[in-house]
Ligand binder design. Structure first.
Ligand code: ATP
Length: 247
């Protein structure tokens, strides 16, 4: 039943000329769930994010938010209704401080800034000491944390994170995982993340979806995915030890 899912994608198809980037892809996220999306290069992960966030209209299929069809809604409409996305390329306001990056995000949605929420998020993301630092001067791992905090600033219900751990140190990945878990557990936010660091995905996510050649190859708990021979053949077997093993 749709009511139990905040986000659903059904039968998604996208073609680029002769390439089927996505073919009959389905995805469901319950409130408070952290779901990982993994797969080899070119599997269709970014294209699926583009479809869910409204940047690309699919050739087939539907996207539902709270059971309502939003396939033809714009990215801005989706954002105003509780969907947030971060990108592989960082998109902070470099000439604003870390705290102002968060306050701007809150103003945009609700017309008011919530200093208490900002303080909580900065603490949760290990950024309190950097709150007055210009975002443009931050190292990549910290900047990614600010992006997460900014995306979460006005309590989204769905958060799409595109390679949030890339460029992060192990310590920063630990902070990131804790912050994402807190958003899911405390705010009930549904989180979908694309990430090449499989160990990170397996630690953090309760469910993992594997895309390969535009189709869902497998879906299950991290343990189920690790044990799946098709996934090993298509993807996990090609990972470097640091990507595929727990560290
Ligand atoms: P990566 O892990 O490398 O980011 P991905 O899983 O995100 O890969 P996509 O970027 O979604 O994969 O690409 C899926 C397929 O669609 C690939 O074959 C890719 O070459 C193709 N593709 C993606 N965007 C376009 C585009 N704008 N024009 C043509 N083909 C595209």
């Amino acid at each position: 039943m749709s009511e139990t899912y905040v986000l659903e994608a059904e039968g998604i198809g996208v073609r680029f000329g002769g390439i089927r980037a996505l073919d009959g892809v389905a995805l469901r996220l319950a409130p408070g769930e952290v779901c990982g999306l993994i797969g080899p290069n070119g599997a269709g992960k970014t294209t699926l994010f583009d479809v869910v966030s409204g940047i690309r209209r699919p050739d087939a299929g539907r996207v539902l938010l709270d059971g309502a069809d939003i396939t033809r809604r714009s990215p801005v409409w989706r954002a105003r209704h509780g969907m947030r996305r971060t990108f592989q390329r960082q998109q902070l306001f470099g000439q604003l401080t870390v705290a102002d990056n968060l306050l701007v995000a809150q103003e945009w949605r609700r017309g008011g800034a919530d200093a208490e929420r900002t303080g909580q998020l900065l603490d949760a993301c290990g950024l309190a000491a950097l709150s007055d630092t210009y975002a443009g001067t931050l190292p990549v791992g910290r900047a990614r944390m600010v992006e997460l905090a900014r995306a979460a600033a006005d309590r989204p219900r769905v958060l799409l994170l595109d390679e949030p751990a890339s460029g992060m140190t192990a310590d920063e990945r630990g902070l990131l995982a804790a912050a994402v878990r807190r958003l899911a557990d405390q705010d009930g936010c549904a989180v979908l993340l694309v990430e090449h660091n499989v160990a990170f995905v397996m630690e953090l996510c309760s469910r993992v979806v594997v895309l390969d050649l535009g189709r869902v190859l497998a879906e299950g708990t991290p343990a189920e995915i690790r044990a799946d021979e098709r996934v090993r053949d298509a993807y996990l077997g090609t990972q470097t030890p640091t990507q595929s093993s727990h560290t």
